[in-house]
Design a protein around this ligand. Structure first.
Ligand code: NAP
Length: 349
């Protein structure tokens, strides 16, 4: 299937051909969010985002879109009533393993779909277990754009090399293999539905409430996975505000089937990040840092096996993303600046 765009003075029209069956399905989408205003593209009152999995990123994206004041309506899903009430957003209880038609019908009333549910061992992507149901039921003329949130862990062992999206992924674990399959599944579903479907391969996500600053303040001990990462020389990461930033650009400039690495410019070791976080905390709350010294990873020397430096060149060149936080330094500084309690009382997100 191929998707063509015909830009006109007023609008872009998207035209869908299902070539294999020789059945040509034409769908003209006069897509309001693609309308141009001089060189600037504007978003309309009709934009509706549905977020499958209103987790850390999902909640941040929802609140970001709503706060933009560009008429976005945002809905999504979570799996518990407690969370639903806490979010205070338009959220539906939803278990992807047993998707309810009612929620799929609600998805049909949206223009944009963000998929933020991870795959699970032995299952894979819980939604894609029901791909045929989705192909049948996600039939709205409104739905036009999709983004699947994936991870840079699909690349596997790259011996410390820089990798871009053309690098052939070598997923090292069962979960990474399932993730790669999920990427392919969502791109394929998007194509079959005539949507502009994208994959974002995210580096380690950090932001308010989830960062080295928070780990130190909460005096948390590191998980086994975090400890394993501590010895790494390069860890790609991305501030959640820059995920929103990249999503915004991708919505403005859809590119069906495209995969983007979403990482910052500075793949630094965790030890360096924690040292910097300690320094910021020490400057802002001198007594606290001494009391809460845990959370700092062991300073083992790593080797380059399984390591990679992930390039964000495509994100910058094609989407035109200008990072708000090109390095963990400005990201952590902004997180520290946003904590106003003295001494800080940690608030769980
Ligand atoms: N954390 C990282 O550093 C990192 C890095 C790269 C990529 N990623 C991936 O990027 C995506 C977003 O990350 P995140 O940190 O925002 O994830 P998150 O906070 O764990 O959110 C995941 C969301 O998926 C929902 N969910 C999980 N299992 C489900 C199921 N069976 N049915 C329906 N919903 C289900 C959760 O529901 P509840 O809200 O009810 O819990 C939650 O809303 C995830 O796929 C994550 O794996 C994460």
């Amino acid at each position: 299937m191929e998707v063509y765009r015909f830009p006109t003075a007023q609008a872009h029209f998207r035209c869908r051909f299902s070539l294999p069956s020789q059945i040509v399905r034409l769908r003209f989408v006069c897509s309001a969010d693609l309308r141009t205003n001089g060189n600037k593209q504007t978003q309309s009152q009709n934009n509706r985002m549905f977020i499958l999995g209103m987790g850390y990123v999902g909640e941040f994206v929802a609140k970001h879109l709503i706060s933009q004041g560009q008429g976005w309506a945002v809905s999504g899903t979570c799996t518990s009533i407690v969370k639903k009430e806490k979010l205070g957003l338009d959220v539906h209880l939803f278990y992807a393993n047993q998707p309810e038609l009612e929620v799929i019908n609600i998805m049909n009333q949206h223009t944009h779909l963000l998929v933020s549910i991870p795959p699970f061992k032995d299952i894979g992507d819980p939604m894609l277990q029901h791909a045929e149901l989705l192909r049948r039921e996600l039939n709205s003329e409104r739905l036009q754009w999709l983004c699947y949130l994936s991870t840079t862990s699909v690349y596997g062992d790259c011996d410390g090399a820089w990798v871009d999206e053309n690098y052939q992924p070598k997923p090292p674990t069962e979960l990474a293999k399932l993730r790669l399959a999920a990427e392919e599944g969502w791109l394929s579903l998007g194509q079959d539905l005539g949507l502009a479907a994208h994959v974002f391969r995210l580096g380690g996500i950090y932001g308010p409430g989830r960062s080295a600053i928070d780990t130190i303040i909460k005096a948390e001990s590191l998980s086994d996975v975090q400890r394993a990462r501590s010895s790494k020389k390069f860890t790609s990461r991305i501030h959640v505000a820059d995920i929103c930033n990249a999503l915004n650009e991708c919505i403005r400039k859809p590119s069906p089937g495209r995969i983007y690495n979403i990482v910052d410019d500075d793949p630094s070791p965790r030890t360096e990040v924690f040292s910097f976080a300690h320094k910021l905390i020490n400057e802002k709350w001198p007594t606290l840092s001494k009391k809460r010294a845990t959370g700092e990873p062991a300073t083992e020397k790593g080797n380059l096996r399984g390591e990679k430096r992930v390039s964000n060149a495509r994100m910058k060149e094609e989407l035109g993303v200008r990072l708000i936080h090109p390095s963990y330094r400005s990201g952590l500084q902004s997180i520290c600046d946003q904590i106003h309690d003295h001494p800080p009382i940690f608030k769980f997100m």
